[in-house]
Design a protein around this ligand. Structure first.
Ligand code: G6Q
Length: 547
């Protein structure tokens, strides 16, 4: 039975079984669960390739895990995974294959779309990117005036920005320190203005990244960048040395005035939010070099293989997806906090926000009918320990259930400042312990707290956390981590029966903004046909601009 034809998830016996398990565990606490089973931490831990996932501090036991695994088996996760890896058009609303896994498939692997081997195409582009990156990094590719390129400005938005921006920061320690990397996404002129104000245009390379090459924000920023370059260098011919494009749309790239010899392609079977390991990652490759980029791809691929082959009970992405479903669908959790204890991963929560919420923020199933269960959680987060001094209060003692992913590493990047790392990780371990076990009234009173203050200082505990503990934040580890979350999101999408690979909500924004942009600048007052509120706001804006 195809996934589209499966009965809705909430009608399956496996779903009902999970509801029973929730009732069975009732008010059981994590304290009680740990006391009853000394082997719990071992049983509820999975590891692959140096990345450990301890999920024992969640509100579940081995029976729940088995019931969740049964749900995944019954939901067609295996079949759907195979269909994705085979290149079948599982993105049914856009009629596309979903093959980000091909972006990191080793040379020589064969995956076909419409009879053509896409892995070979992937490696052709990777080789061109590597050759270009080597030329820029070695100084053989110079700017128009012969000066070495020292600044790289990535212009893109959404999937054409968040991935390379997140990863460039994550792997900054592996980056060439003589290169300055900037990321411009917002159409607010403040973004490009502040990004380039201290850059010498004659040493600056702009990478315009846009799958469609029609996105308003990106093209506006790219035009401004070209104007600034020409103002500084005064010669149209400079564009060829200072602009390259990453796109699937050669015609639009040409129209913009970028030579397609300086274009790095990708394909419609790569979704924007799944594209950081394609040519979209060119800025990252320029920063860390082709070898480190390939090491990252190896990490991605290793996780792909693990996801594809490991039994569900030991499969990190599947387990993570199922734990999310347990909290989201059986405990009413509305959000997921992602808390990397790594300043390098400061943008990782923002990256995951798009990956998860744009993929699974859907309310209609593959069969076109409204889904009857909760889908994607609100994903958010900040690096620890900063979050501890801000919003952790609510997670510890608030009224909401906020499941958290804690992400940390055994060793600091390249051995940097190990004394800092010890303190960072002390906080990391302390927080998950406190969230799980809390502090009872007796414990608070025993610490000498005056009786009238005891309730204020009680920590209820039972706040679920999953700990991801890697070796060190290497390019390989980053690849593993991103692929882990990609496949988690995929697995949840399959179980909820939704298409994780379209984004009609994003498309809507692109259409609406275009119409109002014309109305804001029209010479004659336009006939506004919006609602009364929007008409009045547009009118006020026009008046302020003297129109
Ligand atoms: C990603 C989304 C979206 C997209 C941007 C930029 O999955 O579709 O974030 O990446 O809207 O689109 P372009 O790359 O086409 O400019």
């Amino acid at each position: 039975m195809s996934v589209e034809e499966r009965p809705a998830v909430e009608t399956r016996p496996e779903w009902a079984a999970l509801a029973q398990h929730r009732d069975r565990l009732g008010k059981t606490s994590l304290r009680a669960l740990f006391a009853a089973d000394p082997g719990r931490a071992d049983t509820l831990t999975a590891e692959v390739d140096g990345l450990l996932m301890d999920y024992s501090k969640n509100l579940l036991d081995a029976e729940v895990v088995q019931a969740l695994v049964d749900l995944a088996e019954a939901s067609g996760v295996r079949e759907r995974t195979e269909a994705m890896f085979r290149g079948e058009p599982i993105n049914i609303t856009e009629g596309r294959s979903v093959l980000h896994v091909a972006l990191r498939a080793p040379r020589g692997t064969r995956i076909e779309v419409d009879g053509a081997d896409v892995v070979e195409q992937v490696h052709e582009v990777l080789d061109r990117m590597a050759a270009f990156a080597e030329r820029v990094r070695s100084g053989r590719w110079t700017g128009h005036t012969g000066r070495r390129i020292r600044n790289i400005v990535n212009i893109g938005i959404g999937g054409s920005d968040l991935g390379p921006a997140m990863a460039t920061q994550a792997l900054m320690a592996y980056g060439d320190p003589s290169l300055t990397l900037r990321f411009v996404s917002n159409v607010d002129g403040a973004d490009i203005a502040t990004a380039v104000r201290d850059l010498d245009q004659s040493e600056t390379l702009y990478i315009v990244v846009s799958k469609t090459f029609t996105t308003l924000e990106t093209l506006t920023n790219a035009r401004t960048a070209r104007r600034l370059l020409l103002e500084a260098l005064g010669d149209e011919a400079a564009v060829g040395k200072h602009f390259v494009a990453v796109s699937t749309n050669a015609d639009e790239v040409r129209k913009f005035g970028i030579d397609t010899d300086n274009m790095f392609g990708f394909w419609d079977w790569v979704g924007g939010r799944y594209s950081m390991d394609s040519a979209v990652g060119l800025s990252l490759m320029l920063s860390i070099g082709p070898d480190n980029f390939r090491a990252m791809l190896d990490g991605f691929h290793a996780m792909d293989e693990h996801f594809r082959t490991a039994p569900f009970a030991h499969n990190l992405p599947v387990l993570m997806a199922l734990i999310g479903i347990w909290h989201n669908n059986f405990h009413g959790a509305q959000t997921l906090a992602v808390l990397p204890y790594s300043q390098y991963l400061a943008r990782f929560p923002a990256y995951l926000q798009q990956l998860d919420m744009e993929s699974n923020g859907k309310r209609v199933g593959l069969d076109g009918r409204p889904v009857q269960v909760e889908t994607a959680p609100v994903v958010w987060g900040e690096p620890g320990t900063n979050g501890q001094h801000a919003f952790f209060q609510l997670i510890h003692q608030g009224t909401k259930l906020v499941p958290c992913d804690f992400i940390g590493f055994l060793r600091p990047v390249q051995g940097q400042l190990p004394d800092h790392h010890d303190l960072l990780m002390a906080n990391f371990f302390a927080q998950t312990e406190a969230l799980a076990f809390g502090r009872t009234a007796d414990e608070v009173a025993a610490a000498g707290v005056p009786p009238e203050q005891v309730t204020h200082r009680v920590f209820p505990g039972n706040r679920p956390t999953t700990t991801l503990l890697g070796q060190s934040l290497t390019p390989y580890a980053l690849g593993q981590l991103v692929a882990l979350y990609e496949h988690k999101v995929f697995t949840q999408g399959v179980i909820w029966g939704i298409n994780s690979f379209d984004q009609w909500g994003v498309e809507l924004g692109k259409v609406l903004a275009g119409r109002i942009a014309d109305e804001l600048v029209a010479e004659d007052p336009p006939a506004l046909a919006h609602d009364a509120s929007t008409n009045a706001l547009i009118g006020r804006y026009r008046k302020a601009a003297g129109r």
